[in-house]
Design a protein around this ligand. Sequence first.
Ligand code: FAD
Length: 356
Amino acid sequence: MESILVLTHTDDSGPALTKPSLEAVTAGYDLAAQLGATLSIGIVAVDAASAVTSLASTGARLLAVTGEPFAQPRYATDAAACEALCRAANATIVLAPGTSRFTRVAAGVAHRLGGFIDTHITAIAQQMLGASGPSPLGTGECRLEATRWFYRQRIEAVLTRDVRPWFLLLDAGTNAPFAAQPAPIQVEQIQVQLPALRTTVTGLRAPTQTAQTIRPEAKLLLVAGAGWTKKQLDGQTHPTQAGDLILNFLRLTNASLGSSKSLVDQGSDNQPVLPFLTHLNQIGQTGATPRHLKGLSTCCHGEEPHVVGWRFIAERRAISLDPNCGWTRGKADVVYIADAFQVIAKLNALLEATEN
Ligand SMILES: Cc1cc2nc3c(=O)[nH]c(=O)nc-3n(C[C@H](O)[C@H](O)[C@H](O)COP(=O)(O)OP(=O)(O)OC[C@H]3O[C@@H](n4cnc5c(N)ncnc54)[C@H](O)[C@@H]3O)c2cc1C
């Protein structure tokens, strides 16, 4: 029988488990029920006391590695903590959120345990094999299958492995965060033999909230295309006005900002640029594939290498001057054939009015 371990962590934003950790708990809980497998949840935190109360209803065995060395991400301490948790749980399947903290250590931990790792997993399921099934396992056997996307979300692959422990790093946003009423529960403390620590974490440096335009947690993604800096009907470019409109929209909606490749490339082509955009904002084949509930594309043509990055955006709308753009060819749910300068200015005015 499989023994499932879900690795979770808190972060410096507070004592609770991170959202991707709670999503991994949901995946582990569902999988354990499906397989009839044992479920353990391992927690890496400075103090796990309040983190575990939200996990009482999972019925899982709760294991924690706690203490000051685990307050912040660091390879040596996190790898030692995860290794100790895997050994204590005797895990054959290890699910972990694909956060930067665990992505950094998971492959190393899998190697220490003689296991195998797959990343960017979007779904896990048990597959029943019939007499005509594709495997030599034969009638009535089951196997575990994990799904991920390759080639920028164009090819969906279903993976199965015999090697154990099998580590699966889950993409954020693919499961609902586990939610339950807090209740008191026992947690087992796991002792960790730490190696000599060469790295001292002195703190975090992050852009201020207003400078930070990439917000994975936002419900809405606003995408800016190259049209914002192109000549408009008056024969002039208006990059300053474009920048103001976009930043005001972000301020009023708290949306995340994406961009087409053409727009972020313009800085190197000596064309007008929007100074708050970097290649990190780029959506598409050679950019990011975010998972917001809604997306609004503006001044963008909707070409395939860009739109492929919209695969997981649930509701898509676009504002383009071109009635023959890619969005109108089945790539968006709603397309407004309109001037985005005018539409966003009007939208901002309406949002300002509701704010006051
Ligand atoms: C190998 C490869 C990989 C690529 N990877 C990516 C990628 O990851 N991401 C990506 O984005 N692209 C990628 N591209 C480029 C992609 O094919 C397009 O060239 C790019 O997405 C075009 O950007 P755009 O639509 O913003 O610009 P444009 O094609 O210049 O379109 C601008 C649009 O703005 C409209 N417009 C202008 N003014 C207004 C206005 N006032 N109101 C409304 N609409 C207006 C115009 O009608 C036009 O449709 C890749 C290309 C290749 C070959």
